[in-house]
Design a protein around this ligand. Structure first.
Ligand code: ATP
Ligand code: MG
Length: 434
């Protein structure tokens, strides 16, 4: 009986097997030809000694264009020439889909292909094991995030992605036509996850898309990313939120090493798990570090890409990859962040990973009057936020939370050069297809 196998579970005990996949390469060496068949798990050598194979089958298999999708049935033989220790000697084959020639880009050629070309033909690009591995790791990462956060008793929620108003108002919103009126794509679940803190669902998380109409052409900004948001009640300070994120990230890093070992090996990457607790720097300390290193930022300025990098380099020298930066000036933070009364600062923080922000969070202002005052201070009209403010009028718990860009987390974990490497079909100001 011929069993259906793949490159991960075929063995010489099979005697005969059927394997399906893509024809990665064919080498014709005169009396013998070799076909490399690639599937999800790896590659398998199909060996064709001309004299031992049906001439028609030999003719078919040796002339297939690269990347054609086939099913090949044959005898499984031991071989000390192949990585799997076996080879398949074909007895029959079926062509499911013949690949066109030439290919839009190579799968195994070692030439450097521009990122744009790769993204234009992403279906082809992902056939490369080292590209596919990134998306398998992303899936494992999300599984680990969910595992960690459920373990901490968070409830998974889904909030709307089409809305009448944005989280912070302002310019970063994509407008869409909603029947006869304008609507906006959600830039974050901020307002909704906070509303939920008034319901008794006192720990919630969401993993979903966030949209930012930012004209930033950088290696860490896209217009659509996946945000992992959490919001938790009954906190007494923002450090509780920081320690919660830390616990989640620690679980993820440890789990990735274990569950993602095969993919990490393909990428030649190692994940380091930092010691806990992660250090908490303050904005003011960071500002000093940055100034001491010749970047003339003033009190209140955003640390920016350059500032974050300087802090990252200093932390790296100390062997620290992940650290919080807390107590940003309230002016630099959105209206929903709680002010540190009597100071220009706020109960906010970022989590930075090797010199780059991957998360922002903080304790929220849950007191109605102070919240309204903060909105007004930021030039927002509280009337526009009625649905949000209502939740604060009739009993709101003290709470805080975070948003983590999961692609930023993955990029830093794997030390990838560009956020687009971690998104199958990225969206940015110049890319809307595929
Ligand atoms: P940055 O200053 O790096 O542009 P931000 O402070 O504007 O980020 P937040 O509004 O704090 O971003 O969003 C929370 C998290 O969402 C960020 O820490 C980041 O991980 C992620 N994120 C924000 N904007 C983007 C984007 N354009 N592309 C990818 N991820 C993003
Ligand atoms: Mg931020």
């Amino acid at each position: 009986m011929t069993e259906i196998r793949d490159s991960s579970n075929i063995s010489v005990q099979d005697q005969t097997a059927t394997v399906r996949g893509w024809v990665q390469d064919i080498r014709n060496m005169g009396g013998i030809s070799f076909l490399t068949l690639r599937d999800r798990h790896g590659t398998l050598q199909v060996t064709m000694p001309k004299k031992k194979i049906d001439p028609e089958l030999f003719g078919l298999l040796t002339k297939l264009p690269r990347e054609t999708v086939v099913s090949i049935t044959g005898d499984v033989k031991e071989s000390n020439q192949t990585a799997l220790g076996l080879e398949l000697i074909p007895t029959s084959a079926e062509v499911y889909s013949e690949a066109g020639v030439p290919l839009p880009m190579g799968v195994i050629d070692k030439v450097n292909v521009e990122m744009d070309t790769r993204l234009n033909h992403r279906f082809m690009d992902v056939r490369k094991p080292e590209v596919k591995a990134i998306f398998e790791l992303k899936s494992i990462m999300v599984e680990l995030i969910e595992e960690a956060v459920r373990g901490l008793d968070f409830t998974q929620v889904y909030t709307p992605k089409i809305s009448a108003a944005g989280a912070e108002g302002g310019a970063e919103l994509f407008q869409v036509q909603y029947f006869d009126r304008p609507a906006y794509l959600a830039q974050s679940p901020q307002l909704y996850k906070q509303i939920l803190m008034s319901t008794g669902l006192d720990r919630v998380f969401e993993i979903g898309p966030a949209f930012r109409a930012e004209h930033s052409n950088t290696n860490r900004h896209v217009t659509e990313f996946i945000s992992f948001d959490g919001e938790m009640s009954w906190i007494s300070d923002e450090e509780e939120v920081m320690r919660t994120i830390e616990c989640i990230i620690d679980h993820v890093l440890k789990g990735m090493k274990e569950k993602g070992a095969a993919q990490l090996a393909i990428l030649g990457k190692e994940i380091t798990v930092p010691a806990r607790p992660y250090p908490i720097l303050t904005y003011s300390e960071c500002l000093k570090m940055v100034n001491d290193n010749g970047l003339p930022l003033k009190e209140g300025d955003d640390l920016g890409t350059e500032g974050e990098k300087i802090v990252g380099d200093i932390m790296k020298e100390k062997g620290i990859d992940l650290y919080f930066i807390a107590e940003y000036p309230e002016e630099a933070k959105p209206f929903y962040i709680m002010e540190k009364d009597g100071t220009p600062y706020s109960f906010s923080f970022d989590l930075d990973y090797r010199g780059q922000e991957i998360s922002s969070g903080g304790q929220r202002e849950h007191r109605y009057d102070k919240l309204v005052a903060r909105m007004e201070k930021k030039g927002l009209d509280p009337e526009d936020f009625g649905f949000y403010l209502d939740a604060f009028r009739y009993g709101m718990s003290p709470h805080g939370g975070w948003g983590i860009g999961i692609e930023r987390l993955l990029v830093k974990m794997l030390d990838l050069p560009n956020i687009r490497e971690a998104i199958l079909f990225p969206r940015d100001p110049s890319r809307l297809s595929p």
